[in-house]
Design a protein around this ligand. Structure first.
Ligand code: PEP
Length: 236
């Protein structure tokens, strides 16, 4: 299973190091078999030396090596830390920062060429969910425009916008139905994200076509996150 944490705009350099130390200890001691991904803020990046099961990635980057893109980071800055994993298309980038599908696709193409592991996010807002499953699938498919689904280093995270950071989780039935329909088009591992917590991790990970979780809020506390990894380890 893939168990991923998105720190968003949380944690400092110091607290990220402390977090990763505890996580490393847990993963090593427990012999966990999960593939763990951590996306800290850019200011906390470092050439981390971690066990192969723990990968650190960037939450965002501009699709250039370097240049005049104030406030952004590019390939040169990521390469300094030897990182090869990126999150693209997170709903906060799309809906808060106004990132278009065209830009998401440009980022995808650029970092695909660089051989990055890409965790590509998609998900519908509430008004689309309320229209029913056909609208949900059409909306999510539109977020796949310009994305090479045959890319071997792709992971797709289905994250309904209305469930992110709201405490509202999609029901297991909604998740299963959506993932099953997305699976017809997407062969890459499929994650679910949206208010996943330790107390709903098991039922979500047991859903057919769910290959893991992308967790925001509940993952910022390392003990909580380790508990989720442990739940995945204990699945039959
Ligand atoms: C996320 O940021 O990808 C996310 C799913 O956040 P949360 O778990 O807080 O809903």
């Amino acid at each position: 299973m893939i168990i991923a944490s998105n720190f968003k705009t949380n944690h400092t350099r110091k607290s990220t190091l402390k977090y990763l130390k505890k996580l490393e200890h847990f993963v090593t001691q427990s012999g966990s078999k999960q593939d763990v991904y951590i996306f800290p803020p850019a200011t906390a990046l470092d050439p981390f030396s971690l066990p192969p099961r723990i990968k650190v990635g960037v939450q965002n980057a501009y699709p250039v090596e370097k240049g005049s893109f104030t406030g952004e980071i590019g390939l040169e800055q990521i390469n300094e830390f030897g990182l090869k994993t990126i999150l693209i298309g997170h709903s906060e980038r799309r809906h808060v920062m106004g990132e278009t599908q065209k830009l998401c696709a440009q980022k995808f193409e650029y970092f695909q060429e660089q051989g990055f592991k890409i965790v590509y996010c998609l998900g519908e807002p509430l008004e689309i969910r309320e229209e029913g499953i056909d609208s949900v699938i059409d909306y999510n498919h539109a977020q796949l425009e310009g994305i090479d689904l045959s890319y071997e280093n792709l992971i797709v995270a289905y994250e309904p916008v209305w469930a992110i950071g709201t405490g509202l989780t999609a029901t297991p039935q909604q998740i299963e139905e959506t993932l099953t329909k997305l699976r017809q088009k997407i062969k890459a591992p499929l994650l679910y994200g949206g208010s996943v917590k330790a107390n709903n991790t098991k039922e979500i990970l047991e859903i057919e076509n769910c290959d893991g979780i992308l967790v925001g809020t509940a993952s910022w506390d390392v003990d909580n996150f380790c508990q989720m990894i442990e739940i995945a380890d204990n699945l039959a």
